[in-house]
Design a protein around this ligand. Structure first.
Ligand code: FE2
Ligand code: FE2
Length: 469
């Protein structure tokens, strides 16, 4: 068991005090991080006490401590899951060999890229969400937003630790650049598209945490398989925090759906906008948008980079060890989508080249589960939400530059233009949703467009003072 030094200037369970050089380097990054947090982190109630959980141990029990803290005083730190004794590489050319505690020179560049791309998404989402605090639908939601924000910032710490500890001078430069790229910045944007989209309202936030944080779950889960053990243990602990983010998304959308159904029944109409609700068609369009931009995050259908990462043991598949195959994938194939002017079809590709598509499939299946739950609520009013076709609104891979309807038809530019406002959030949808965004800060009270949660956080009641305004 690794003990957590929670009182250190940088809380950690990596025995930072034993490595003075590294400790000094990270302590000199810390003020830059805090400057970034103040400049681009949450805007509203930024110095008010928030009921947050902080990691104090990484074992199964008691890893999280709940208390009211003001966010600038949050104990951001470096936490790795406990090592797995005699852990072996589960896949690729080095299958069966002992995992690595240091980086083999030949994989340095690729591993650095993987860590930087993951690290870049973490502060990006904080930047995307920075204005939401002022319009939170309740104190409970405000607290959840800030929990997500401080944990994404801790995920940045997790990646910065790896960069500083294992990648020398290049790593330190990359760590600085993680604070210099900014979401949506015209000159120096974040690396991945979805992380440059604004998160302008709470419906977007719930959809983002449901779909885009779920991309994060799948990326982290495949990095957890890595032969590079410190990366594996880092991601393992991040996944524990990530689970809460997806809970916020799944229950957030679920509560909106519930309120929508209540208003539809109460007023006996689908058009609940006059009654301050979000109609099912608008929910569907927001879902279409967030699902499709999240699908792009998995990359092209086939990728030699992904194949190389896998062969080298750098990045595995979701739940690699539970898969019933040879974990090398040299001789097997699978079908991947392909679009030509003739239409949408499939082609055979070596499995090892199609790992992005395999991870995207896993993501799609996982995404469907929440939709099924929301549909059980919507059944009462005879409506349902659906995930759009894989090719809808895609900008990466075979579907890029093609126009595909949500039901999976290749359509003309004219049909797209005529239909896009019924497929993706229209300016009128966004105006309506924006008009509903008013901050509610009385304990236990909810904005009218969302139902209260079934239970509070950490066994506290829903009307607990989660943020002391
Ligand atoms: Fe994260
Ligand atoms: Fe997250």
């Amino acid at each position: 068991m690794s003990t957590v030094d929670i009182d250190a200037k940088i809380p950690n369970n990596v025995d930072l005090a034993a490595d003075r050089r590294l400790q000094r380097a990270l302590e000199s990054w810390q003020p830059k991080f805090l400057d970034w947090w103040r400049e681009l982190g949450p805007v509203a109630y930024r110095d008010r006490p928030v009921y947050l959980r902080t990691a104090i141990a990484v074992g199964k029990e008691g890893w999280a401590n709940f208390d009211h803290v003001t966010m600038p005083d949050y104990r951001w730190g470096i936490f790795l899951a406990d090592p797995e004794p005699d852990r072996r590489i589960a896949f690729g050319d080095h299958q069966g060999e002992a995992v690595w505690q240091e980086i083999p020179g030949e994989h340095r560049g690729e591993l650095r890229r993987l860590v930087v791309v993951q690290g870049d998404t973490e502060p990006a989402s904080v930047e995307q969400q920075r204005h939401l605090g002022g319009t939170a639908p309740s104190l409970y939601d405000l607290r959840n937003l800030y929990q997500v924000n401080v944990e994404e910032a801790r995920h940045l710490w997790a990646m910065v630790y790896l960069l500083h500890r294992y990648f020398g001078r290049d790593g330190r430069d990359e760590a600085d650049e993680l604070l210099e790229r900014h979401s949506g910045d015209a000159d120096n944007p974040r690396i991945l598209g979805a992380f440059n989209e604004p998160t302008p309202d709470w419906l977007s936030f719930f959809m983002f945490t449901y779909f885009t944080d779920r991309d994060g779950k799948f990326q982290l889960a495949s990095l957890r398989e890595s032969a590079f053990d410190p990366l594996s243990r880092t991601c393992d602990f991040m996944l524990k925090e990530e689970a809460h983010h997806m809970f916020v998304g799944a229950t957030g959308v679920g509560r909106v759906v519930q309120r929508t159904v209540e208003l539809m029944k109460e007023h006996d109409t689908d058009d609940i906008r006059p009654f301050g609700g979000i109609d099912v068609d608008t929910l569907q369009r927001y879902l279409n948008f967030h699902y499709s931009v999240s699908l792009d995050l998995f990359g092209a259908e086939t990728s030699t980079n992904a194949a190389n990462y896998f062969a080298a043991g750098l990045k595995g598949r979701y739940k690699e060890e539970q898969r019933d195959d040879d974990h090398r994938l040299r001789d097997t194939t699978r079908l991947v989508p392909v679009v030509t002017d003739e239409g949408i079809g499939e082609r055979e590709a070596p499995q090892v080249l199609a790992l992005n598509e395999t991870l995207r499939d896993d993501f799609a299946a996982d995404s469907q589960k929440g939709v099924d739950r929301w549909n059980r609520t919507l059944e009462e009013v005879g409506r349902r939400l659906t995930l759009p076709h894989l090719g809808f609104n895609r900008a990466v891979g075979t579907f890029a530059g093609r126009r595909v309807s949500p039901d999976g038809r290749l359509v003309s530019e004219d049909e797209w233009a005529a239909s896009v406002d019924s497929w993706l959030p229209s300016p009128a949808d966004r105006d309506h949703v924006t008009s509903l965004m008013v901050g509610v800060v009385e304990p236990g009270k909810m904005a009218g467009w969302v139902a209260p949660p079934a239970t509070g956080i950490h066994a506290k009641p829903v009307n607990f003072e989660y943020v002391k305004i």
